[in-house]
Design a protein around this ligand. Structure first.
Ligand SMILES: C[S@@+](CC[C@H](N)C(=O)[O-])C[C@H]1O[C@@H](n2cnc3c(N)ncnc32)[C@H](O)[C@@H]1O
Length: 501
């Protein structure tokens, strides 16, 4: 019988939160000394077409990557892409986890994304057994899963869809009819009814996703969201302990009243118990949990000096803020925001805003802060900067890196777009950024510009080729091409982190 994932391919994309760099950052912040990202071994279980692993292998040529998945067509598609990119540091293998070869060695980072909660108990067990047996002593394992109690809401809709689809087998029809039901459920709800609002939100969320995701994530045979404490009990049975979540912003509850935060603090010595009550409070749906060996010595208490080993970046923009004199507001396109008049915080954030999408090491940033603030250098500035970076990262305003992506802040004389992006554009509109995220390139002219940027053309050649391309377009929708619009497009593509340094 054909594998469901071969029957209906599952588009696989990069996930910044499961990049080895993120795993390393979280490990460093929690007192573990992980392997350097630029020279490490990474394993992904259930890697699909390698959408997550291939961009990592491309940007970390000295590291080694192994991906396994039982969907043979997905693995073959990934292998073709690796061949086209000439990658010699990645092996994608078509095999069932049940038959995982014991001789693949140890890995510094083991990633399992989007599989645990959709797998039968024997496969769940195998994921954790492999994560234990093949994890290097200082290694970090990432496992994402749908969590309870929030998973109950998704479970409810899934049960409705599966009831509606009884007797329907053909994948396209299953997707189509499920979407019709979701639209019907969402449109029927009146405002002000809490049950209706919840149903509508969840139905719309499912409708926003591509049909293939709906087919697999919502309608599969097995769907088993778990409570965090149950997942951790399972991990502990395999000799793995809790390190952290992959996202720093999720670890710091800021949205609750002080008395609730105080109560949570009483549980600080037991991070799993604290995390479980936090999940109750947040009606948590999804977790991206990092594990390490039970024997590893952790020190989760926040230590500012750990941040001095990291790099920082920020996609925020600065604007004058109301309130305190000299205050400025920093806001990212995703909505994370902070207003501050603190001279070190302002100078740090302004320095990061200026260099985006590039990063600055802690030492570089401290230098710039000292130059910019014009204040005499003081020993305590380093401590203040570390605190500011940590809390800005927890608020989603700053990204921390153990190994920052190699990208260009602006287009050079002979601009180069990532070769991976140029290959991906043959298949569709979605491309992987050098920050390990996905962007949709809607504009035909921008797509053509990316295809042209192979490092052989200067601006004059790019302009000539783009003008010829524009001439071939429908006169009704033909965009204007000129030196100014080219510069504008190049700046946009650099900001989207698609240009190589
Ligand atoms: C929901 S997809 C996730 C793919 C990818 N990790 C992502 O997040 O985009 C689950 C993947 O796990 C694979 N898979 C499921 N059971 C497996 C097993 N027993 N052994 C190996 N791969 C398996 C499927 O073929 C599929 O590619």
């Amino acid at each position: 019988m054909a594998d469901a994932y071969d029957l209906v391919p599952y588009p696989s994309v990069p996930y910044a939160q499961a990049h080895a760099d993120r795993l390393a950052v979280m490990a460093i912040l929690h007192g573990l000394s992980p392997a350097p990202v630029e020279r490490c071994r990474v394993l992904e279980l259930g890697c699909g077409e390698g959408g997550h692993l291939i961009p990592m292998a491309f940007s970390l040529p000295q590291s080694e990557f192994v991906g396994v998945d039982r969907a043979a067509d997905a693995i073959a598609a990934g292998q073709t892409l690796c061949g086209e990119l000439g990658l010699g540091n990645i092996a994608l293998r078509a095999l069932d986890l049940e038959k995982f070869p014991p001789d693949l060695g140890q890995f510094d980072y083991i990633i399992t994304h989007g599989l645990y909660a959709w797998a039968p108990p024997a496969v769940q067990d195998k994921i954790l057994a492999i994560s234990k047996a093949h994890l290097a002593p200082r290694g970090v394992a990432y496992v994402s899963y749908n969590a309870l109690p929030g998973g109950h809401v998704r479970l409810m809709l899934r049960e409705m869809m599966r009831f509606h689809l009884r007797g329907v087998e053909a994948p396209a029809e299953r997707i189509g009819q499920a979407q019709v039901l979701l639209q019907w459920l969402a449109a029927a709800q009146r405002e002000g009814n809490p049950y209706g609002e919840m149903l509508k939100t969840e139905a719309r969320r499912a409708l926003e996703r591509r049909g293939q995701f709906l087919y697999h994530d919502e309608l599969t045979e097995v769907y088993a969201p778990v409570y965090f404490h149950d997942f951790m009990e399972h991990a502990a049975r395999h000799g793995l302990q809790y390190l952290a979540e992959a996202s720093l912003t999720e670890l710091q509850p800021r949205e609750f009243p002080q008395q609730v935060l105080d109560k949570l603090e009483e549980l600080a010595s037991d991070p799993v118990l604290r995390g479980q009550y936090l999940d109750f409070l947040r009606c948590r749906k999804f977790r991206q949990t990092l594990l390490c060996h039970q024997e590893a010595e952790l020190d989760p208490a926040w230590k500012p000096d750990r941040i001095t080993r990291l790099w920082a970046a920020s996609a925020a923009e600065a604007a004058p803020a109301e309130g305190a004199a000299g205050a400025e507001e920093f806001r990212t396109p995703q909505g994370a925001a902070m207003s501050t008049a603190h001279p070190v915080a302002r100078a740090a954030l302004r320095s990061l805003v200026e260099v985006w999408p590039c990063s600055l090491s802690f030492a570089e940033l401290l230098d710039r802060v000292r130059q910019r603030s014009g204040l005499p250098s003081r020993a305590e500035d380093a401590g203040a900067l570390a605190e500011i970076l940590y809390w800005s990262a927890a608020a989603g305003l700053v990204e921390l890196h153990a190994h920052p992506p190699r990208c260009a802040a602006r287009a050079g004389e002979l601009p180069v777009a990532s070769p991976l992006v140029r290959l991906q554009l043959r298949q569709g509109l979605e491309v992987s950024t050098l920050r390990h995220t996905t962007v949709k390139m809607e504009g035909a002219l921008e797509r053509e510009l990316l295809l042209l940027m192979d490092g052989t053309r200067d601006r004059t050649a790019l302009l000539a080729a783009l003008s010829a391309f524009a001439e071939s377009m429908d006169p009704q929708s033909r965009p204007r091409v000129g030196a100014e619009s080219l510069e504008h497009a190049l700046a946009k593509l650099a900001r989207l982190v698609l240009l190589l340094a």
